[in-house]
Ligand binder design. Structure first.
Ligand code: F6R
Ligand code: MG
Ligand code: MG
Length: 370
């Protein structure tokens, strides 16, 4: 059977109000645009979703990853949504469309991209994760736990298909280079890198000697676009997305969701300048309010049927995650009480990419030698 490609492409093209959520009209405009592409046969299926102020286009097709037609469709769709955002005077209309003209691929133009191509299995569960008010490295901890931590994923010990572990492709987003590492053999070296989540970002995960899934097939893909590097100045955080396949020789759905029961700290939140807890929420609660957050993640679950996206199931809309949300609320309180002090506010090195340096510059001539 022909391979299927899943593309999740997202952009903030205007918030409502402020940077909190996506206006329903933008979702309608995006729906019309992709509906047309589906009729024309470019897409097999699609879903329009929203996380915080980010408009999310989840598409299935047979064109492969980095396909010009698919990327152009996403770009044009964001342009149409931007037009509507301007009409409604939504906040920061067109914010993530950093380049004027499309040039073959949306990577490096502002939108975030997670894509994977694979042969659809007998049963093919897919989870699309979408985060707001944080950066791509926010996926390091959960992706590591899903595919490498036996205290999270029982299958790594119990299931012979998972027992050989996984390969992780890690991007150095500062030096623009990448490295492929194997778990469990290189787990400690891998953690030495990905623990520094603002620099080393897991880009994709591959199976290893897995009898059920071919080695070259991606089983998890994470967006790694860094907006400030494209724009050359602070233009908001990157609000990453990820696609994860599950079951039958891969981590079970519940093993994929389990890391989010712990509201771990990520950077982002207010003005992209603060550490705060990652709160798993339902679609309807994917609105960033308190101090423009706290950072949130939604999970949309699907079964794929000949490319059709059967779903979504709103996976964090479940009392099993109430405790994580409550804990996230407590952590938010605790962190907030630090006000402008580190480690609530990000360390100086990361503040370089915000508007703080312009404030500090004004103080330069006040300093005397000691
Ligand atoms: C964080 C974010 C918001 C804004 C903040 C100020 O990623 O988008 O917290 O940084 O609301 O926004 P402006 O400068 O647009 O008023
Ligand atoms: Mg915004
Ligand atoms: Mg956002």
């Amino acid at each position: 059977m022909e391979k299927i490609t899943i593309s999740l492409i997202k952009a903030d093209v205007g918030g409502y109000p402020g940077h909190s959520s996506v206006h329903p009209r933008l979702m309608e405009v995006a729906d019309d645009s992709l509906q047309k592409a589906k009729k024309d046969g470019l897409l097999i299926d699609f879903k329009i979703l929203a996380a915080g102020d980010d408009l999310q286009l989840l598409m299935s097709h047979r064109k492969g990853t980095d396909n010009e037609k698919i990327h152009k469709l996403a770009w044009k769709t964001f342009e149409k949504a931007t037009k509507m955002a301007k009409e409604l005077k939504l906040y920061g209309a067109g914010q993530d469309l950093l380049k004027d003209a499309f040039s073959g691929n949306v990577r490096g133009m502002g939108p975030g991209v997670a894509e994977m191509e694979f042969k659809e299995r007998e049963g093919e569960p897919l989870i699309a994760f979408m985060m707001d008010k944080t950066e791509p490295g926010a996926f390091n901890l959960p992706i590591f736990r899903i595919f490498a931590d036996p205290f999270n994923t029982a299958g790594l010990i119990i299931d012979p298909s998972l027992h050989n572990g996984f390969k992780f492709e890690i991007f150095d987003v500062i030096k623009h280079r990448k490295v492929l590492m194997e778990s469990p053999e290189e787990m400690y070296d891998m953690l030495a890198l990905i623990g520094a989540k603002s620099r080393y970002v897991i880009k994709s995960v591959y199976p290893k000697k897995n009898p059920k899934v071919p080695e070259e097939e991606t089983v998890a893909a994470i967006s790694t676009e860094k907006l400030y590097q494209i724009a050359g100045k602070y233009v908001g955080k990157d609000d990453p997305v990820a696609l994860v396949r599950a079951q039958s020789g891969l981590p079970a759905l519940g093993e994929v969701l389990e890391p989010f029961s712990f509201p771990y700290l990520v950077s982002g939140w207010m003005r992209g300048s603060h550490n705060g807890p990652m709160m798993p929420v339902s679609f309807k609660d994917a609105r960033c309010t308190r101090f423009d957050g706290p950072p949130r993640v939604i999970a949309a679950g699907f079964q794929i049927a000949e490319g059709r996206l059967v779903g979504p199931v709103d996976l964090f809309d479940d009392p099993a995650f109430d405790q994580a949300r409550e804990k996230a609320g407590e952590i938010a309180d605790y962190m907030r009480r630090h006000g402008p002090f580190e480690p609530h506010r990000l360390p100086m090195q990361e503040m370089e990419y915000t508007t703080l340096p312009s404030i500090l510059e004004n103080l330069e001539d006040r300093f005397a030698d000691v």
